[in-house]
Design a protein around this ligand. Structure first.
Ligand SMILES: *[C@@H]1O[C@H](CO)[C@@H](O)[C@H](O)[C@H]1NC(C)=O
Ligand SMILES: *[C@@H]1O[C@H](CO)[C@@H](O)[C@H](O)[C@H]1NC(C)=O
Ligand SMILES: *[C@@H]1O[C@H](CO)[C@@H](O)[C@H](O)[C@H]1NC(C)=O
Ligand SMILES: *[C@@H]1O[C@H](CO)[C@@H](O)[C@H](O)[C@H]1NC(C)=O
Length: 560
């Protein structure tokens, strides 16, 4: 197996002439290098952090394509820097086994390909570090959403917390109860079960998505199966096909709706799920005085109610159905044209499968599809940067890949995620479908009195790239202080950011912005690094001071 060496790349930026007064430069010892080896295919060495924990010096090494069992989750290794005997021994690094993340309430996660270890941020204050897998995904209906996951690891290398800051529950998070009249007058019963099977086929049934319960009623009310009792589509359809007609002389619709509200949605129901009740009946209720209360209670509990009048019994006997239809309209949620259905007989139920299926399906998809992506594809943790009072995460896929920057406050203080409009005219409407990748890179500047200013790169913005300099207050208000823009199309200006405190006074002095794809006149990607100096004047925070170019320049992607 091949091995990849972890090299310490270094280049010395001559600050001589840029800053007044003396400054400390440093060199690295290349003769007595420690070499750690890993499996090349895992991209061992993609990220590196020096880290002290448990009184020892470590090198943390990200391997975003490492495998955990049969899933390519990515992982982080720790390699001892203070163990002379382990020098060059190759086996010195050990895996932290962080790939098997588990996130509460996400029942269909996709860990394979999540790239854990792609970002690594060490917090030297409390000895913890954060590593992210921006391509962690979960299933919603037929879609797979890639919102990203981050793991916070303590000084003892134990997992403190796993967070999915851009995660949103599936729109298909629906608790669906079918309330079916099985009284004697319903005939033939198989038309009813066929109808149920065909409707449920159209719904996204699964853990974390829609779950189904069925209640049959007549004189009595029977829970055929409860919400979540059957987890998969196949199990649900089989159970529905097996339901037998229980009969009954009466149609106690009010009692059944009451039981649905007080029991069916409670047992197995999930907090936050959209509650949907479908009532199918062929006759006026025998307990109509209680109907008002029962329906009012369900509607107060935010149950969306669909009601289907089956007119077979009325039509077979030539009875006027108007009182019955009025009752069913009353049960249906408003507006009636969306929630009320009537069919001539049991066999005609098949004619409304498509219409009702679509209504329920549109409820399931009501928050997402058709309006573009919000955070579903955010890839939070694509970049990460430690602040004095929290952690910044880049979410390049947010808002149709325009990108976003998310702040996690320290000490469980929640997250802040301003959308693009919070940045004023920085991301104009006409460039919204250009995939700016805001949040691709992150940085901060520490100014006077320790105040902190944030920076985030959008390397594809308007083709030339941009860096936004801003502050973010605890109420997620953004104040844009300055924007730096690239000079060459496709140069990826802003894809790498670095702030430097050259004179060690705990204040940032220089800010470097790389454009690694900056091309020379003969079209080689030479790269260019722009050097900005913090100005003391208040108008422009950063003033361009010069640029660094590689030599020789052939395809070097300098600054990457
Ligand atoms: C991964 O996590 C799950 C649930 O937390 C656990 O059941 C399983 O045993 C773990 N697998 C490994 C290889 O650690
Ligand atoms: C019903 O929805 C409204 C508006 O969304 C909400 O304020 C209310 O708390 C909900 N009621 C219940 C019982 O969930
Ligand atoms: C269903 O109700 C509508 C009015 O809401 C009516 O026009 C139609 O004839 C009814 N259908 C049947 C089959 O009775
Ligand atoms: C985008 O680039 C074009 C061409 O350089 C320029 O004219 C335009 O002002 C830029 N738009 C924004 C919003 O920066």
């Amino acid at each position: 197996m091949d091995s990849l060496r972890v090299f310490f790349f270094f280049f010395i930026i001559s600050t001589w002439g840029l800053l007044p007064g003396p400054c400390a430069c440093f060199n690295l010892d290349t003769r007595r290098a420690q070499i750690f080896r890993g499996w090349e295919e895992s991209h061992f060495g993609y990220t590196l952090r020096q880290y002290s924990a448990q009184g020892r010096q470590w090198l943390l090494v990200g391997a975003p394509l490492a495998w955990t069992d049969d899933q390519q989750t990515g992982d982080v290794f720790r390699c001892p820097m203070d163990d002379q005997s382990a020098l060059n021994s190759g086996s010195a690094c050990s895996r932290l086994h962080l790939g098997n993340v588990s996130v509460d309430n996400v029942l269909a996660p996709r860990k394979s390909g999540m790239r854990l270890g792609m970002t690594l941020t060490a917090d030297h204050k409390d000895g913890s570090f954060v590593t992210c897998g921006p391509r962690w995904s979960h299933e919603c209906g037929s879609s797979v959403y890639t919102s990203g996951v981050c793991t916070h690891v303590g000084a003892g290398f134990q997992t403190l917390e796993t967070v999915t800051p851009a995660f949103q529950r599936c729109e298909t998070f629906v608790d669906l109860v079918m309330l079916v009249d099985g009284s004697n007058s319903i005939y033939p019963w198989t038309d009813v079960t066929d109808f149920l099977v065909n409707i449920l086929r159209k719904v996204n049934i699964g853990p974390g998505q829609t779950q189904v319960g069925v209640v049959q009623y007549g004189s009595r009310v029977v829970h055929e199966f409860r919400l979540g009792e059957h987890q998969t589509m196949d199990e649900v359809l089989q159970a529905v096909a097996d339901i037998r007609q229980r009969g009954g002389e009466e149609t106690r619709t009010a009692l059944a709706i009451n039981m649905a509200g007080s029991q069916a949605f409670k047992r197995g129901g999930r907090p936050g799920a959209h509650k949907v009740l479908v009532v199918i009946t062929d006759g006026e209720s025998h307990d109509s005085p209680q109907l008002d209360d029962a329906v009012t209670r369900c509607k107060r509990d935010n149950v969306t109610m669909y009601a289907i009048a089956v007119l077979g019994y009325y039509n077979r006997r030539g009875i006027d159905p108007s009182a019955f239809l009025k009752e069913i309209r009353f049960i249906a949620s408003d507006p009636d044209q969306d929630h009320f259905f009537n069919v001539t007989d049991e066999a005609a139920l098949k004619d409304i499968v498509d219409a009702l299926g679509e209504r329920i399906f549109s409820l399931e998809g009501g928050d997402g599809l058709g309006r573009g992506f919000g955070l579903q594809m955010a890839q939070a943790g694509f970049s990460s940067h430690l602040l004095q009072d929290g952690l910044l995460l880049g979410a390049v896929g947010a808002y149709d890949w325009n990108g976003a920057v998310l702040k996690r406050n320290s000490r469980g203080g929640g997250s802040l995620l301003p959308d693009l409009s919070a940045y004023g005219d920085q991301f104009p409407e006409e460039l919204r479908n250009h995939a700016a990748y805001f949040g691709y890179s992150l940085g901060s500047l520490v100014g006077w009195h320790g105040s902190e200013v944030l920076l985030a790169g959008a390397p594809r913005f308007n083709h030339t790239g941009k860096v936004v300099v801003f502050t973010l207050d605890p109420r997620a208000n953004v104040k844009v202080l300055q924007a730096l823009v690239g000079e060459q199309m496709g140069s990826y200006f802003g894809s790498v950011l670095l702030s430097m405190d050259v004179d060690g006074d705990a204040q940032s002095d220089l800010f470097l912005v790389a454009a690694p794809m900056y091309c020379s006149h003969d079209a080689h990607e030479m790269g260019k690094v722009y050097v900005y100096k913090l100005s003391t004047r208040s108008q422009a925070l950063l003033a361009l001071h010069g640029a660094l170019l590689p030599s020789p320049s052939l395809g070097s992607r300098f600054g990457n």
